[in-house]
Design a protein around this ligand. Structure first.
Ligand SMILES: C[S@@+](CC[C@H](N)C(=O)[O-])C[C@H]1O[C@@H](n2cnc3c(N)ncnc32)[C@H](O)[C@@H]1O
Length: 266
């Protein structure tokens, strides 16, 4: 079981949001355990102070190093600390690959800042690695912690049920997932691709693999990695060149130029 501790001034945000859907199931099935610690518990004054004005002036308040240090020491004493992360807009970017890597950890502690952030000396003292969930500034680290928890939980064995795997999702091996279709077969005049109804499993899988490459080329060419072979690209180009404009439209590939795809033919 993976143990995740979240140090936060708003434990309810974490406790409530982890109850739903597949993540809630992960917790109930004990694939994952999420516990919270409130830095206020580790204060020693009557007001339970966790922040103070920044030295040198400036906007907002800064979280005190001492309660955060005590929270970390408490977890360390119980041998519960594990990999220590401070959620920060200045951190290394989070992505699906890192989610998979973190899913292999047995214990993780996520520290959520609030206000203007935390005293730099706590970051230095703790040696926490800084993780950012994107180039924007949130009011606190809790949403970031939830993003980390949910995305890594998808890689835990058994988390998605028997027939699903996070390895079929977008971003795995640098490609996006193919478009998905369900009933009705015809929606507003757009008909789901014919091949999906042929019942030929191997052919469908082959076609899906090529469509994944084409969708990635159309939407996020920057993701494509060297793990995609020239042979796979040639196959995808061949499929694209045989598509009708209605098929391209239903797959969201209308704007992908033949010229672009023909480079894969060479
Ligand atoms: C208002 S922010 C502080 C931002 C800080 N003054 C700065 O400019 O770097 C408060 C807290 O939200 C969290 N946070 C904000 N944006 C984040 C992001 N993009 N990724 C992860 N955590 C973030 C951090 O824990 C941070 O301490």
């Amino acid at each position: 079981m993976t143990q995740i501790n979240v140090i936060t001034l708003f434990p309810e945000m974490i406790e409530n949001a982890t109850q739903y859907g597949l993540l809630g199931q992960c917790l109930r099935n004990q694939l994952l355990s999420v516990t919270t610690l409130n830095p206020r518990t580790f204060t020693s004054d009557v007001h339970k102070t966790v922040d103070d004005r920044p030295f040198g002036g400036g906007d907002g308040m800064v979280m005190l190093a001492e309660p955060l240090k005590k929270a970390v020491l408490d977890l360390r004493a119980k041998d519960q600390l594990g990999r220590l992360v401070y959620l920060s807009p200045q951190g290394r970017a989070w992505n699906n690959q890192r989610a998979e890597e973190f899913s292999k950890e047995r214990k993780i502690t996520l520290v959520c800042g609030r206000y203007g952030g935390v005293d730099q000396r706590w970051i230095n003292w703790s040696g926490a690695e800084e993780v950012s969930i994107g180039d924007y500034v949130l009011n606190g680290g809790e949403l970031g912690a939830l993003v980390m928890i949910e995305s890594l939980s998808r890689f835990l064995p058994g988390a998605l049920g028997h027939d699903q795997s996070a390895h079929h999702d977008s971003f795995h091996l640098g490609v996006l997932e193919e478009p998905q279709f369900t009933r009705p077969r015809d929606f507003e005049g757009e008909v789901a691709p014919e091949i999906l109804f042929g019942g030929h499993h191997a052919k469908i899988q082959d076609w899906k693999a090529s469509v994944r490459l084409l969708v990635t080329l159309a939407k996020r060419p920057d993701l494509m990695t060297s793990q995609v072979t020239p042979e796979q690209k040639r196959k995808a180009a061949g499929i694209f060149l045989l598509m009708t404009s209605a098929e391209k439209a239903v797959l969201g590939l209308s704007h992908l130029s033949e010229e672009e795809v023909l480079k894969w033919k060479a």
